[in-house]
Design a protein. Structure first.
Length: 58
């Protein structure tokens, strides 16, 4: 299995979540998303809910 299919850049996350890339970077800095920093770049886990979305339970 290719581990690269499980990660995304801040640019990909911004398009997926419909927010600005700077907002994604801020979420990374604040620890509100699952990510790792490599140099100046954040790498995020793909299979995580959009930040701020609440899980709906009945």
């Amino acid at each position: 299995m290719n581990p690269l299919i499980e990660i995304m850049s801040t640019e990909e996350a911004s398009k997926l979540w419909g927010v600005h890339q700077d907002h994604v970077k801020r979420l990374c800095r604040e620890g509100k998303v699952i990510c790792r920093k490599f140099g100046k770049m954040y790498i995020l886990q793909k299979n995580q809910p959009r930040p701020g979305m609440r899980m709906v339970t009945n």
